[in-house]
Design a protein around this ligand. Structure first.
Ligand code: PEP
Ligand code: MN
Length: 343
C-alpha cells in the first residue's frame, strides 16, 4: 500500500509507480478515499528492492506492507479513514435503520408504498425490498423485475434510498440503471467471487454501497472480510459487513444468531457492520431482542424485514417481518442502547 505525501498523486506519478511495480509482476489499484487516495500494490508486495525504489520517490510518504489476507479492509489500512454514507447517515455516527419487505409483491404496489411511508414515520432512514429472490427451494417464487419499479417509486415518494439483492450480472446492470443505491449480496452468494468481481468493477467510480451478507454455513470471519475486500479492491470502498445468522441453526431459530461477531469484525477491519436480525432468528417475536443485542455488541446499523401486513406478504414476511409500529418501538430501544454505548 503506497501512501502518498499529498492527498492524490498526479497522472505522471501514478505512471512512474506503475512502471516500478510492473518490474516485480505487480500492479497498482487506486482506492479513492474521502480525503486521501491510497495506492494498493496488487500482487506479492514483499520485494525489498521494489519497496526501496518506491520509498525512494520524493512524493511517497511510506509503503505499508500489511501481510494480511485482507489488507484493504484491515483496521491498519489507510482506508480506516474512509466514511461510508447511506440514507443521510455517516456509518458509526448514528444508528442506521433499514427496513422493508423481504420481497416486493409486483401485484401489490400500495402495500410497499404504505410500508415505506410508515417506516419513514418511525425514523427508518433507508428501504429494503427484494426484487429477485434466492430461495431455499428452486421452485419457489424467484422474483419479478416489475417489483423494481415499485421499489424505485417508493424511493422517489419517500426520498429514502433503497437496498435490493442482485444475484447475477444481468440483475446488476438493471439495478444500477434503475438507480438502486445499495446492492445486497445474499448469504448464498457470499463467496461467489465472479459476482463480487462484477459488482466491484461496475460500482467503481459511483457512490453505490454494497451490503455483503455473511456466508450462512458458518463462514469463517477472515473469509467474510476477504470477500468484502475483493469488492473494495476494484476501487469503491463503500462496503458494509452484514452478519445474518449461520447454519446449523440454534434449536427453535432459523439460523444461529451471530450478532456477537461484531466486536471481532471491529477489531480486524474498519468496515461498518449492519446486522440483519430477521434472517438470523427467523421469527418476528425474536427480532427486537436480537436487534438490541446487535446494537449492544457494537453494530452500526440494522437491516430488518418489515411489512404493514406481514401475513399478506411474500417470501419470509409472514414468519419474520415486524410491523412498522413494532419497528418504531424497537428503534427507540436500540437508539437508547446506542446512546448507552457512547456514555
Ligand atoms: C433477504 O434479505 O431477503 C435474504 C434472502 O437474505 P439472506 O441472503 O441473508 O438469506
Ligand atoms: Mn428475506
Amino acid at each position: 500500500m503506497i501512501i502518498p505525501k499529498s492527498p492524490k498523486l498526479t497522472d505522471a506519478q501514478v505512471k512512474e509507480i506503475h512502471s516500478i511495480v510492473e518490474d516485480f509482476a505487480c500492479s497498482i489499484q487506486v482506492i479513492e478515499g474521502a480525503g486521501q487516495n491510497v495506492y494498493a500494490i496488487v500482487g506479492d508486495e514483499r520485494h525489498e528492492l521494489m519497496i526501496n525504489r518506491l520509498e525512494g520517490l520524493e512524493y511517497v510518504d511510506r509503503v505499508d506492507t500489511i501481510q494480511s489476507p485482507h489488507k484493504l479492509l484491515d483496521i491498519r489500512s489507510e482506508l480506516k479513514h474512509h466514511r461510508v454514507l447511506f440514507g443521510g447517515v455517516e456509518l458509526g455516527k448514528e444508528l442506521l435503520l433499514i427496513g422493508g419487505h423481504c420481497t416486493v409483491d409486483p401485484n401489490e404496489p400500495n402495500k410497499f408504498f404504505e410500508t415505506a411511508d410508515a417506516l419513514k414515520d418511525v425514523g427508518v432512514q433507508a428501504l429494503r425490498g427484494g426484487v429477485w429472490k434466492p430461495r431455499t427451494n428452486p421452485y419457489s417464487y424467484q422474483g419479478d423485475v416489475k417489483a423494481l419499479d415499485i421499489l424505485m417509486e417508493a424511493s422517489r415518494r419517500t426520498g429514502l434510498p433503497v437496498n435490493a439483492e442482485v444475484m447475477e450480472e444481468q440483475h446488476l446492470d438493471i439495478a444500477l440503471d434503475a438507480g438502486v443505491h445499495m446492492l445486497q449480496v445474499g448469504t448464498r452468494n457470499a463467496l461467489n467471487y465472479s459476482l463480487l468481481r462484477q459488482i466491484g468493477k461496475k460500482i467503481s467510480g459511483r457512490d453505490t454501497v454494497v451490503l455483503l451478507k455473511r456466508g450462512r454455513h458458518l463462514g469463517p470471519v477472515n473469509e467474510f472480510i476477504s470477500a468484502a475486500e475483493y469488492i473494495v479492491n476494484f476501487g469503491n470502498p463503500n462496503v458494509i459487513l452484514c452478519p445474518r445468522g449461520t447454519l446449523p441453526g440454534l434449536e427453535g431459530y432459523r439460523n444461529h444468531p451471530d450478532e456477537s461477531i461484531t466486536p471481532l469484525l471491529k477489531e480486524k477491519t474498519w468496515a461498518p457492520v449492519v446486522v440483519d436480525p430477521s434472517h438470523s432468528v427467523g421469527k418476528s417475536t425474536y427480532v427486537e431482542a436480537c436487534s438490541m443485542a446487535a446494537v449492544a455488541y457494537g453494530a452500526d446499523g440494522l437491516c430488518i424485514e418489515s411489512n404493514i401486513d406481514p401475513m399478506g406478504g411474500l417470501g419470509d414476511d409472514p414468519k419474520q417481518a415486524i410491523t412498522p409500529e413494532a419497528f418504531g418501538r424497537l428503534a427507540k430501544k436500540c437508539r437508547a442502547i446506542w446512546d448507552l454505548r457512547r456514555s
